[in-house]
Design a binder for this molecule. Sequence first.
Ligand code: C2E
Ligand code: MG
Ligand code: MG
Ligand code: MG
Length: 289
Amino acid sequence: RAKDRGRNCYQFYTEGMQEREVARLELDKDLTHALAQDEFVLHFQPQLDLDNGEINGVEALIRWQHPRRGLLMPIDFIPLAEESGRITDIGRWVVLAACRQLARWKGTPLEHLRIAVNLSGRELDDPHLVDHIRDTLEINDVPARRLEIELTEEIFIQNIECNLSQLTRLRELGVHLAIDDFGVGYSSLGYLRDFPVDVLKIDRSFISNVTTRHDDAVITRAVINLAHNLGMQVVAEGVETEQQLNFLRSYRCNLVQGYLISKPVPAEALNQAMATGAEIAGITVDSGL
Ligand code: C2E
Ligand code: MG
Ligand code: MG
Ligand code: MG
């Protein structure tokens, strides 16, 4: 009986694996049409500047409006796109969509906003990436300083020669560079010296417990000081409570981003919120802060 059960378990396991593999292949096939069929959309999450209480930038986060599965989050398809290499075209679309949005905001109350986009290491391998970004900014008549690029730590650790040259060229264009999810990737800090970085984003995992755990509080304060002493701005990710906000303000964190301020929202919702008294997702983001 043990043997039967073993075999059943085995079969069940492989069937499950096959199902997952089929689903994965199907999604990968759908991904080939998604760009042509205009199924991607950017949602925008505001960043609150603690110095003046204003929203001065947003992070663009991709979503896929899948024709049958509904709205898919990046975790559902970005790793797949990285494996297949389709991420290169998706990344180009993200830059284009961000630049078009910046162009559309001209002459509106949002025209001062900066947009931060996320690029993965695989995208940086594209030797034409910098040219593409420069051309896209130019065609849409958008100043490079309106665009920020978020990169995770592995980009500063792996493939250093190529990445350093790509990022230096981007920085020379006037694009801002940010390190995303800082503190969870690698313990090496040497790259902070070698790469031309403007912004450091403290990972949400530190912010979640910043008011309840001594160690997370110490790390967060140290990272803020480290960044400031290197001439960088600091963004805290995943701020969900007033207490976290107050902590970050008292230690001079520059910008906060998180559900407390707003979840990521479609452009129309952001336009509306910014135009009608700075209330986003029910939270007053202006004044008093
Ligand atoms: P990330 O760049 O670190 O983005 C922050 C993620 O945390 C977003 O998830 C955001 O919705 C979520 N978040 C923001 N505030 C809060 C909060 O207060 N609480 C909690 N629990 N979560 C919060 P999302 O949109 O699912 O994106 C996940 C990741 O996917 C991003 O992490 C980024 O690495 C990647 N990604 C998103 N858009 C793109 C893109 O256009 N290209 C590439 N290559 N990667 C992208
Ligand atoms: Mg990011
Ligand atoms: Mg992040
Ligand atoms: Mg993160």
